[in-house]
Design a protein around this ligand. Structure first.
Ligand SMILES: [Mg+2]
Length: 218
């Protein structure tokens, strides 16, 4: 097999790829929804909303509990940002992989369905803010969140690379779909979602960041 062509840029999803934040976020969401009359555990919240941006969660929640209090999404986003500033657990090997890509001369960006304040807090907490610099993209920076391609197209442009010269690292189905729709090669980090499911949507699954340099032709 020929080794993979080295990309010009690597575009990282945040939650479940760099930050082991899903359980922190899901505990907060489950707590809020239980208060509103939809009793959920953190694990059930994860299954229900995996990879979804907050605005896409709102109609599903309102269908179940009725209209949400005004400013609910903003309030929960602030709560999550605060929690993430205190403590963002890293996915083992992921921050090191980002630094290795940058050191090898590849452009790196982060592209996430998180709110911007939350995303910035996570990058600071993971000590990656200076590595990504201004190449940090939230759903708030584009017209449409994942699974639309907008965030990855914006991230590729910021890296000065055509989408076909970029590799996207994703762990959820909406994220894989966004990367594929943007025209990027997508590597699927199989942790929250089985590799076979990610592959069915066009990703090449992998299970350990130690495998990433070889997958990127580094
Ligand atoms: Mg993710």
């Amino acid at each position: 097999m020929t080794p993979p062509r080295r990309p010009r840029a690597v575009l990282f999803d945040c939650d479940g790829v760099l930050a082991d934040s899903e359980m922190v976020v899901n505990a907060i969401v489950a707590d809020q929804l239980t208060t509103l009359g939809w009793p959920l555990t953190a694990a059930q919240s994860r299954e229900t909303f995996l990879g979804m941006a907050l605005p896409d969660m709102v109609p599903r929640i309102e269908a179940r509990v009725g209209p949400l209090p005004p400013g609910w999404a903003e309030e929960i986003s602030t709560l999550i940002a605060h929690e993430m500033t205190m403590r963002t657990p890293a996915i083992p090997g992921a921050p090191e992989a980002v630094r290795a890509c940058a050191a090898a001369g590849l452009a790196v960006a982060v592209a996430s369905n998180s709110a911007r304040a939350e995303l910035v807090a996570k990058m600071r907490s993971l000590d990656l803010a200076h590595v990504f610099a201004e190449r940090v993209f939230s759903f708030e920076d584009v017209d449409r969140p994942k699974p639309w391609p907008d965030i990855y197209l914006a991230a590729a442009a910021a890296c000065g690379a055509a989408p076909q010269d970029c590799v996207v690292i994703e762990d959820s189905v909406p994220g894989v779909r966004a990367g594929i729709a943007a025209g990027c090669r997508v590597l699927g980090f199989a942790r929250e979602t089985p590799g076979g499911v990610l592959a069915a949507h066009g990703a090449e699954p992998f299970g350990d960041f130690a495998a990433l340099p070889a997958l990127l032709g580094m």
